[in-house]
Design a protein around this ligand. Structure first.
Ligand code: PMP
Length: 449
């Protein structure tokens, strides 16, 4: 890689981004009353000096306030995997909010049982409860796991992400017990008091950690998706299930991103058997919604415990969780948008995307790789693809990633800012994918000189 050339190209793309987006730049400059100038501080995680401001979005398309249109492969980092404002969800929201009325009334709606049954069909777990975010689904699942096992610790994979869940902010090393993830903000206590950690794909390390006998649950994604995609090696997930069963530890699959693997996520696609499953983001079709599922046996054990306050202030639940609006949106998303047929189409598009990227990499003989998980594809600036979270974290290249993101964004394509990740939605077309393939090849050609 000619680094001097890369820097020159990055400087050119940054200057172009400023020239092309005067209104976004000015809006960012004026945003003095926001912490970090943005509605949420992570919106500063963008290639370039300021974020592009959203004007409107529909399906696989986003328009910014400078009048540019983008093919959106970011899709709200999965929150919009159903496409932006899909018509059946818009109609369900309108009906619930304005025709029937009552977004949040502290009363159940009949939609909830429909959604519970559909989640059971897809994921296998038989008792469901709702949250507004995947973070809260994970938090509450963790509390229930601790309560039912009477064990203090949660085990996660190094460089996992499960939302702002205190227990998950741990990485392997330098010692045997691991340490706080770098940058962890205001930890309530030393994370090794609440958590254990093992590398993804490392069954020996998992076994050593579980052998302490104090782990209530393993919380994991069946494939890591938040440090790029790290796929499970053959036998790994079966090994995790066997070891967790042997050590009396519950297994929680977080399918928030791995939902891309199919209508029932990896759990459905690979016949996994978690004790608990958590999910958020995409299931509401853009309306905040999350859920967690339990086996009937686990649910009965929890409900049979009269020392646990599951109805008031015992630490599980939220006023807006399971609200009528979110549940109506979730029903519409699952019933009409992210259907089994839609996943078939999204997977075919994602395979086409993967093939296009691979062709570009091969043409320039780059030491890069590409990984796919159903509707989600990721290019890695390393080959072979990393097999652990720590390996994936070490393989990042900010300059190169910023160049690719800016090159594409300046020409009308959005990737997920945290990764080189592209997600398909039901409205994505083959033409959208081919536009990316062409621009990706052109970005590489410029880099090659
Ligand atoms: N779990 C996983 C696997 C995620 O990727 C994320 C967010 N990227 C979360 C949980 C948290 O989602 P939210 O921020 O919507 O709570």
């Amino acid at each position: 890689m000619d680094r001097a050339r890369l820097r020159q190209l990055l400087a050119r793309e940054s200057a172009d981004a400023e020239r092309l987006n005067p209104r976004s730049r000015a809006a960012y400059g004026r945003a003095e009353h926001l912490f970090g100038r943005v509605p949420m501080t992570w919106m500063n995680k963008t290639a370039g000096a300021f974020p592009r401001y959203l004007e409107s979005a529909r399906g696989a398309r986003v328009q910014d306030i400078d009048g540019h249109e983008y093919i959106d492969f970011c899709l709200g980092d999965t929150g919009a995997m159903a496409g932006h404002s899909p018509a059946p969800v818009a109609e369900a929201v309108r009906h619930r909010f304005t025709v029937l009325g009552g977004a949040t009334a502290m009363l159940p709606t009949e939609d909830a049982e429909w959604v519970g049954a559909e989640l059971t069909r897809r994921f296998g777990l038989t008792r469901w409860s709702f949250s507004l975010t995947a973070t809260d689904a994970n938090r509450w699942a963790i509390r229930l796991a601790r309560a039912v096992t009477d064990r203090p610790k949660i085990l996660v994979n190094s460089y996992c992400y499960h939302g702002s869940v205190d227990e998950s902010l741990i990485v392997t090393g330098p010692g045997e017990r691991g340490s706080a993830r770098p940058g962890n903000v205001g930890a309530p206590c030393d994370v090794t008091l609440t958590s254990r950690v093992a590398e993804f794909n490392d069954l020996d390390q998992l076994e050593r950690e579980l052998a302490h006998g104090d782990v209530a649950a393993v919380l994991m994604e069946p494939a890591l998706t938040n440090i790029g995609i790290v796929l499970p090696e053959p036998g790994y997930l079966a090994g995790v299930r066997e070891l967790t069963r042997r050590h009396g530890t519950l297994l929680i699959n977080d399918e928030t991103h791995t939902f891309s693997a199919g209508p029932g996520g990896c759990t459905g696609a690979w016949q996994l058997e978690p004790d608990v499953l958590t999910i958020g983001k995409a299931i509401g079709g853009g309306v905040p919604a999350g859920a967690y599922g339990l086996s009937a046996e686990l649910a009965d054990r929890l409900l049979g415990r009269d020392d646990l306050d599951l109805v008031d202030m015992g630490g599980v639940g939220g006023t807006l969780a399971g609200n009528a609006l979110s549940v109506a949106a979730t029903r519409a998303t699952l019933e009409h948008v992210l259907t089994d047929e839609a996943f078939d189409r999204m997977h075919a598009l994602s395979a086409r995307f993967e093939a296009g990227v691979r062709a570009g990499i091969e043409r320039h003989a780059l030491p890069w790789s590409v990984s796919r998980l159903g509707a989600r594809t990721e290019y890695r600036l390393t080959d072979p693809a990393p097999r652990t979270g720590t390996g994936a974290a070490a393989a990042g290249d900010t300059e190169l990633e910023d160049y690719l993101h800016l090159y594409l964004a300046n020409r009308g394509i959005l990737l997920t800012p945290f990764h080189n990740m592209a997600l398909m939605c039901p409205d994505t077309t083959e033409r959208d994918v081919d536009t990316h393939t062409g621009l990706f090849a052109a970005a590489l050609a410029e880099l090659a000189g």
